[in-house]
Design a protein around this ligand. Structure first.
Ligand code: SF4
Ligand code: SF4
Ligand code: SF4
Length: 318
C-alpha cells in the first residue's frame, strides 16, 4: 500500500495510505486520549476525546474517524482541543462514582488515565443522582452501569466481533444505558458469556466476577478445543486465575469464546482434574509416574498389530 506523509505536532509522519489520523499519531508514538476507540472495532467517534485541529479543516474533527491525507497538518494539543477534552471528561465524571482507590479497575482504567493526562483532579459539575442496580446475573461477570461511560465498546464488540447483539445502548439522553433486549437481566438475554464486552470495557462497568490480578502471564494455546486460540494464562500464587486473548495470534486475534476466557481457569483448578497418570492395580486406580504409565502402555501395545489398535483422542485427554 502506498505511503503518505503528514505532519503531526511539527513532526513528519509517514504512514500507509488508508490509516486514520489517530492511527498515524499512534504509529509515530504521539498520544491522543481516547475512551471509545479499540483497534479491533470500527471507528466510532463517540467519546470526543480524540478531537484534533487540522489546518484548512473546519472545527475539531475526531482523529479516530478522520482519514489521514497527504500533506495534512495536525495539532493534537491546542488549548481548544484540550478544552473540549476536559469538558467531555468533566461531564462523564459528573455521573461517575470516582471511588478509584477501592475500584477493581484502579490503575487499569482508561478514564482514570485520561483524567490524569488532562490534569483533572476534581469534579467541576455537581454529582448527579443517577443510580442503577448492579446486574450480577451472569455467572462470569457483573454489569455495574453506575461506572458506565457509554463508550459503546461493549455493544460494538458484541455486534462486530461476536455477531450476537445481546446488548445495545437503549433509551435516550440522560436515561441512556447499556441494556439487553426488553431491558432484562443479562442471564435472561441471548448473551453467550464470551466476555468480549468485558475485555473491551475501559472502566469498571463490566468486570469479571473474579477480580484478582495475575502477578505474571504465560503465553500458550487454549487447551479447551481444537481451534488453537492464542492466550496468556495469568498466574498468581501458583494458580492460573485469568485468561487473556493474544492479539498477535493469527487464529483468534485476541478474541475468545466463553470456554477459553472463563472455562479454562475453572477446569485447570478443578479438584477432580487428573494431574498424574493412574494405573489399575488389584482392581484399584492408583497414581503412577509418567515413565511407569508409558512403559506399561508401550509394553501392552507391543502385543497388538495393525487395526487391532484404536486410539481415542479428545481435546482435553491430556
Ligand atoms: S472506573 Fe476508573 S475512574 Fe471510575 S472509579 Fe474505577 S478506576 Fe476510578
Ligand atoms: S459476553 Fe459476549 S455475547 Fe454476552 S454481551 Fe458480552 S460480548 Fe455479547
Ligand atoms: S459497559 Fe463499559 S464498554 Fe459498555 S458502554 Fe459502558 S463503559 Fe463502555
Amino acid at each position: 500500500m502506498a505511503e503518505i506523509k503528514l505532519t503531526i505536532n511539527g513532526q513528519e509522519v509517514r504512514v500507509k495510505n488508508g490509516m486514520t489520523v489517530l492511527q498515524s499519531a499512534q504509529n509515530a508514538g504521539i498520544y491522543i486520549p481516547t475512551l471509545c476507540y479499540a483497534p479491533d472495532l470500527e471507528p466510532y467517534g463517540g467519546c470526543r476525546l480524540c478531537v484534533v485541529e487540522i489546518e484548512k479543516m473546519r472545527g475539531l474533527p475526531t482523529a479516530c474517524t478522520t482519514p489521514a491525507n497527504e500533506g495534512m497538518i495536525v495539532h493534537t494539543e491546542t488549548p481548544a482541543v484540550n478544552q473540549v477534552r476536559r469538558s467531555a471528561v468533566q461531564l462523564l465524571i459528573a455521573e461517575h462514582p470516582m471511588d478509584c482507590l477501592s475500584c477493581v479497575k484502579n490503575q487499569r482504567c482508561d478514564l482514570q488515565q485520561v483524567a490524569a493526562y488532562l490534569g483533572i483532579t476534581e469534579r467541576e459539575f455537581p454529582r448527579t443522582n443517577r443510580e442503577f442496580p448492579v446486574d450480577t446475573s451472569n455467572p462470569f461477570f457483573n454489569l455495574d452501569r453506575n461506572y458506565c461511560i457509554l463508550c459503546a465498546q461493549c455493544v460494538r464488540a458484541c455486534d462486530e466481533i461476536c455477531g450476537v447483539n445481546a446488548i445495545d445502548l437503549s433509551f435516550r439522553g440522560y436515561a441512556t444505558k447499556v441494556a439487553t433486549f426488553n431491558d432484562g437481566l443479562m442471564i435472561d438475554s441471548n448473551c453467550e458469556s464470551c466476555g468480549e464486552c468485558v475485555a473491551h470495557c475501559p472502566v469498571a462497568a463490566l468486570t469479571p466476577k473474579d477480580a484478582r490480578q495475575p502477578t505474571r502471564e504465560v503465553e500458550t494455546t487454549c487447551p479447551y478445543c481444537g481451534v488453537g486460540c492464542g492466550i496468556y494464562l495469568g498466574m498468581r500464587d501458583g494458580q492460573v486465575i485469568t485468561v487473556r486473548g493474544n492479539t498477535e495470534s493469527p487464529v483468534n486475534k485476541g478474541h475468545l469464546c466463553v470456554k477459553g476466557r472463563f472455562g479454562v481457569t475453572e477446569f485447570i483448578n478443578h479438584p477432580d482434574r487428573l494431574t498424574t497418570p493412574l494405573i489399575r492395580r488389584d482392581g484399584k486406580l492408583v497414581e503412577a509416574t509418567w515413565d511407569e504409565a508409558l512403559d506399561l502402555v508401550a509394553g501392552r501395545l507391543a502385543n497388538y498389530k495393525g487395526d487391532e489398535v484404536a486410539r481415542l483422542i479428545w481435546i482435553r485427554c491430556k
